[in-house]
Design a protein around this ligand. Structure first.
Ligand SMILES: [Zn+2]
Length: 173
């Protein structure tokens, strides 16, 4: 028996009712129904007070943009940017983990922020010793990012690609 929970907390069978909650007629994200159905049901048993941060997609943090490595050991690699703060560094607990470039600080070399209210992105200097560069200028205070800006950390360079912003935003409650 697979149950899905709507954003208002009603549990229902998507096999019976499809994507529409029979109690409040709110539609549940199809991604959650397809991929996260089982996980959602499991989560409900153990910890039904946890609400996902952005909408109803279970187990997936909605991507808001990307960094794509265009120079350095990770050439060609892309990194997902999430809502709010994304700490960048080499260590495992970083949101954006750059491996293979020892000139990137282990922790907090830089921070990328997506502000869901204003729908814009910022690059912030981290508290590590290494500088972050935005279009070849050292970053000392937050700078707003626009598409195809180039960010350099250590010997690695990245292009910034937004998804959210003026053209698109994930629906939130
Ligand atoms: Zn409902």
């Amino acid at each position: 028996m697979s149950l899905t929970r709507c954003p208002n907390g009603h549990m229902f069978s998507t096999r019976k009712h499809g994507n529409l909650c029979p109690y409040c007629s709110i539609s549940v994200e199809p991604a959650a129904v397809k991929g996260g159905e089982r996980k959602a049901a499991q989560q409900l048993e153990t910890d039904d007070k946890t609400m996902p941060y952005l909408g109803e997609v279970k187990g997936i943090h909605p991507v808001t943009g990307w960094l794509v490595c265009i120079e350095g050991p990770q050439l060609g690699q892309d990194y997902r940017i999430m809502a709010e703060k994304n700490f960048i560094g080499r260590s495992e607990e970083m949101h954006i983990r750059i491996i293979g470039d020892n000139t990137v600080s282990r922790r907090n070399h830089a921070v990328i922020v997506y502000d869901p209210k204003k729908r814009n992105f910022y690059l912030l200097p981290g508290d590590a010793s290494g500088l972050a560069y935005h279009n070849n200028e050292a970053v000392y205070s937050p700078v707003e990012l626009t598409s195809y800006d180039v960010i350099q950390l250590g010997h690695s360079k990245f292009i910034f690609i937004p998804l959210c912003g003026a053209h698109f935003e994930w629906e939130s409650e």
